[in-house]
Write a protein that binds this ligand. Structure first.
Ligand code: ZN
Length: 426
């Protein structure tokens, strides 16, 4: 798998991606070779909650030339050079005027920073601080940005679904909106696509699996505005896939609930695998989990990554490149998510068919009918726990962990309660 991931990585790497534009279409068309993606176009201006889909941005050329006519900054050589969503510009500027449009990262003077200005119109170039210091402060420069912000354009995104026996869904979301960035975008979309391909090999799965490829923030806001009812109804657990390219410790960022089935399963997986890991409570920054976990939805969406965005120093710079990541790590990421899927598939989650007060167990022969002399107190206790936690968010291991009841006993009781139609698998 590693070699294949690398081939796709090399094809996807140079494409200029953003919230919208032809680079995103091209990216989704390449990912569509791995996963059976349905592609959607949401028109610019479409309202979604407090937001609107932005105009479509495309760039043909962008550069800065010195007084001798040499291109000293060229979007054609590295798409990070152009500030994302730069408006068109053409003109000659003295360095003093130009410098207000130049962005660098003085604390990492050799890198080109990755910056965008999606919702405020401006233009700019991102360059290394070393290059900035070498520009002639007395010279004039020629700037050319042939970009287009089309109000009649659209935002492109993709979705793939592998239907299972159950309508309940395990949901995977990744973002496609960064240009040449290795761990913080390409690892996420490649692992998600390859996870789809691995899962498709076994059509005999219980749950339905949904894979979403969207631009970050506005993509998830738009998706939620269109599909929130179905998501709320069907989602058992969800994860945002990103930063799976390096070989650092795994990081699990919990859902807002903090104890959702998504959290329990991911944390149990990391424990089972006995790997170095960092567990973080939910915080309302980061990636699309902050939309899925906004209080109006509060969906069970966490994020299982390697070294998290904002933590590694190469983050959002030209150093988040092929040297920083490995394809072995990405394959390991796909395998880790496959193991997570396996945990869901092999640990049924039950829902009580009789959740309003306790069902009357005595009339079903499940409860001693003679007073307080319980013959099998442990059996009854375990049954009460199982019935109470059959809420669609607990599998038997979780019930065992929360109740202290033996798993073997809970398994025995689950069969009995299923036969009596008091619980069903979600
Ligand atoms: Zn990012």
């Amino acid at each position: 798998m590693q070699n294949e991931i690398e081939k796709y990585f090399d094809r996807l790497w140079p494409i200029n991606r953003s919230l919208t534009g032809n680079g995103n279409r091209q990216t989704l068309s390449i990912l569509g070779e791995i996963a059976d993606l349905e592609i959607f176009e949401t028109p610019s201006g479409t309202p979604c909650f407090d937001w609107n889909v932005p105009p479509e941005w495309n760039v043909r050329e962008a550069w800065v030339k010195d007084a001798s006519g040499n291109k000293i900054i060229d979007f054609g050589l590295n798409n990070l050079h152009l500030l994302g969503y730069s408006e068109p510009f053409n003109g000659k500027l003295h360095f003093n005027e130009l410098k207000a449009h130049l962005y660098s990262k003085p604390e990492m003077p050799h890198v080109i920073p990755y910056l965008t200005s999606y919702y405020k119109r401006r233009w700019g170039f991102c360059i290394s601080h070393n290059q900035l210091l070498n520009l002639n402060p007395n010279a004039e420069y020629e700037v050319y940005i042939d970009s287009n912000l089309n109000e009649a354009g659209s935002m492109t995104w993709g979705e793939a679904v592998l239907p299972g026996k159950s309508e309940k869904e395990i949901f995977f979301s990744t973002y496609i909106c960064h240009p040449s960035m290795a761990s913080d975008v390409l690892s996420g979309m490649l692992c998600t696509a390859f996870l789809y391909r691995e899962l498709k090999k076994n059509p005999d799965h219980h749950y339905t699996y949904r894979f979403l490829f969207i631009p970050e923030t506005i993509g998830s806001i738009n998706y939620l505005s269109q599909r929130h009812d179905a998501l709320k109804k069907n989602m058992l657990a969800g994860y945002v896939l990103t930063c799976l390219g390096d070989d650092g410790a795994y990081t699990y960022k919990r859902s807002r609930m903090g104890n959702s089935i998504a959290d329990r399963m991911a944390e149990r997986l990391l424990k089972n695998e006995n790997v170095d890991c960092i567990i973080e409570n939910f915080w309302p920054g980061g990636s699309d989990e902050r939309q899925f976990c906004s209080p109006g939805f509060n969906l069970p969406v966490g994020s299982l990554m390697r070294t998290r965005y904002e933590v590694f120093p190469q983050y959002h710079t030209s150093d988040d490149n092929k040297n920083y990541i490995s394809f072995e790590a990405m394959e390991a990421g796909v395998n880790m998510y496959m193991k997570l899927v396996n945990l869901f598939e092999t640990n049924p989650v039950f829902i009580s068919t009789n959740p309003h007060c306790e069902p009357q167990l005595g009339k079903r022969g499940l409860y001693p009918t003679l007073g307080a002399q319980q013959k099998y107190p442990e059996y009854i206790d375990a049954m009460m726990w199982l019935l109470n936690l059959a809420d669609g968010t607990h599998d038997l291991v979780s019930i065992s962990n929360e109740s202290g009841m033996r798993i073997e006993l809970l398994q025995e009781i689950a069969i009995e309660l299923e036969n009596q139609k008091l619980i069903v698998r979600s």
